[in-house]
Design a protein around this ligand. Structure first.
Ligand code: SF4
Length: 328
């Protein structure tokens, strides 16, 4: 990871209009991504983490969705203001994605070779023979055995874990600067999950690719991410270095998430903690701390006003009244 910022998300707001009202799925999200950094975005379902990433690459279905404000600067160019053809060139070339289910991106009727070679020819300008060579090399790096043979197979001839390896190889084959991985291991067996995370980590470090890893599990980010954003009800409630957050989580929601992670290093296994209550209904949310009905430390002010962001060392920021002078 270097000091160079390659992506700046500034006050991003993505809203959906539904029959019941306005859903502020993403409401003022701000973060930077550095060259070679692996950033984790963690939160429960509906916290806005996936919508944040679909907004970054301008893939929000409109209607019912709408990017209501903010900027996404990729090397100082706003992706939200680009023409359709310019953003299409960025997607898959400079910024690639992998999703939970590789079958959403793989065409079941085409051999892997056709799908990979076509992408590499299109984005890298190589001829077919060179593109095939590159595809085989990427499959090998992603841990596909006998890639020279398997490249001519169809997606259904691969197991779930192998399909995700193919997707990783395909996504990285055009040397993107950023890989967005949205719950890449959620559909896989636990034993395979660790292997896939290791491959993402190893390959992106080798190629110098920055990663945005979206997950509901803090266990996934612990050994993988340099930095962390914890999202709740459409906003980032805590962000900072992963090591700092695990050492000393400040936001009560982050504290709850960390207590919910199973620990194999503890001798006397305690009963696993679970955060009480349910995530809020994000339709027409009032401007208070949305975590207060579930928070063991809630105060009067938490029900009245959204907390200001408090700053700590190493770029740490926490939105919670516990750390604000204003509450006094
Ligand atoms: Fe809990 Fe209040 Fe902090 Fe929200 S602002 S997390 S309710 S203490």
């Amino acid at each position: 990871m270097t000091d160079e910022v390659i992506l700046q998300v500034k006050d991003l707001k993505t809203y959906f209009t539904v029959d019941e009202g306005l859903v502020k799925a993403v409401d003022g999200v701000t973060f930077d991504l550095h060259n070679g950094e692996t950033l984790g975005i963690v939160g429960e379902s509906g916290s806005g983490k996936s919508v944040t990433n679909l907004s970054i690459i301008n893939l929000i279905p409109s209607p019912p969705g709408k990017i209501a404000g903010g900027e996404v600067l990729f090397h100082d160019e706003d992706l939200l203001k680009m023409s359709d053809s310019a953003i299409r060139h960025i997607r898959g070339n400079k910024i690639s994605m992998i999703f939970q289910d590789p079958m959403t991106s793989l065409n079941p009727f085409l051999r892997i070779s056709n799908q990979m070679i076509e992408t590499i020819v299109l984005h890298q300008g190589l001829d077919k023979a060179a593109a095939k060579e590159k595809a085989i090399e990427m499959l090998k790096l992603a841990g596909i055995p006998a890639p020279e043979k398997r490249i001519d197979q169809y997606p259904h001839q691969f197991s779930g874990g192998m399909r995700q390896r193919v997707m990783i190889a395909m996504s990285l084959s055009c040397n993107p600067e950023i890989l967005i991985a949205d719950e890449p291991t959620s559909a896989l067996d636990v034993t395979i999950q660790a292997q896939i995370l290791e491959i993402i980590k190893e390959l992106t470090r080798k190629l110098g690719t920055a990663v945005i890893l979206i997950t509901h599990s803090l266990g996934v980010v612990a050994g993988t991410c340099d930095t962390l954003c914890v999202m709740y009800a459409g906003r980032i409630v805590e962000r900072g270095l992963t090591v700092d957050i695990f050492d000393d989580p400040k936001h009560p929601y982050t504290q709850g998430l960390i207590r919910s992670v199973p620990r194999l290093d503890k001798e006397n296994a305690e009963r696993l903690y679970s955060i009480q209550g349910q995530p809020p209904n994000v339709i027409d949310l009032p401007d208070c701390c949305p975590f207060y009905p579930r928070c063991e430390k809630a105060m009067e002010i938490c029900r009245k006003k959204y907390p200001a962001s408090a700053r700590f060392e190493n770029g740490r920021a926490v939105s919670c009244w516990l750390y604000s002078e204003e509450k006094k």
